[in-house]
Design a binder for this molecule. Structure first.
Ligand SMILES: [Mg+2]
Length: 233
């Protein structure tokens, strides 16, 4: 693979940026700023409930079943409904404060920074990420990985999220890369892997569950392990 690949297309959340840890800290900060944290008995439980609801809202958003407003408000209102009824109606406000707190967090997944330092000398690095422009850019500045990145393509800028082929097409054109000379690295089977395969771009998939893996010339499966990726390339 090593001579052929010139461009790495890399997902940001859960792949480089430790979304789980960072969002848990940020939401706690946001709840505290709105004086809601004291009303929550068990923050770990609150966060688990939120996370499950948030995941289902993002899945609907990716399928374009709901719009951005429904996503950002609904995920918190549904959580309040279940575990903090007193806070109903605060969803939009909490979302605003949370989105301010979240990109100020800087935790990266193990090995991610070293990998980028190494890979940026050998490859063009294009981040391909679903999310909001301002938020995603602040994340890469705060975690100081912007210096290793040639381009970042955010779904809000392109108008459609992964797995739409349009966003991968746009990412390739940013790097002036041929699809056979690029590889997509990500943690979402639906967004990263299916999207790239539809464009005949090879993929490396950080599989959370092995049952999600399947046979394909274009698919390599590994758990989140940046050292393994380095050896693979
Ligand atoms: Mg991801």
């Amino acid at each position: 693979m090593q001579n052929k690949i010139k461009t790495l297309l890399i997902d940001l959340d859960h792949t480089l940026w430790d979304f789980e840890t960072n969002s848990k800290i940020a939401l706690k900060e946001a709840l505290s700023m709105l004086d809601l944290l004291d009303q929550i008995e068990d923050y770990d439980y609150f966060f688990d409930v939120y996370e499950e609801i948030n995941t289902s809202y993002w899945a609907k958003y990716r399928k374009r079943e709901i719009d951005r407003d429904k996503l950002i408000i609904g995920r918190f209102e549904d959580t309040f409904e279940k575990v903090l009824p007193n806070a109903r109606g605060c969803g939009l406000r909490l979302n605003d404060v949370y989105l301010e707190c979240m990109p100020r967090q800087s935790k990266l997944l193990p090995g991610a920074l070293d990998f980028l330092k190494y890979a940026s000398k050998k490859y063009k690095i294009v981040l391909v990420t679903n999310g909001f422009r301002k938020v995603q850019w602040q994340k890469i500045y705060t975690s100081k990985i912007d210096q290793y990145v040639d381009h970042m393509v955010v779904s809000e800028d392109v108008g459609v999220p992964k797995p739409s082929p349009k966003i991968f097409q746009y990412a390739l054109s940013c790097a002036n890369a041929k699809r056979t000379e690029a590889i997509m690295i990500g943690d979402s089977f639906e967004a990263d892997v299916m999207g790239a395969i539809a464009m005949k771009i090879p993929t490396i998939y950080f599989a959370k569950q092995t049952k999600e893996s399947f046979e394909s010339d274009y698919l390599l499966t590994t758990t989140v392990d940046w050292d393994a990726i380095r050896n693979l390339l």
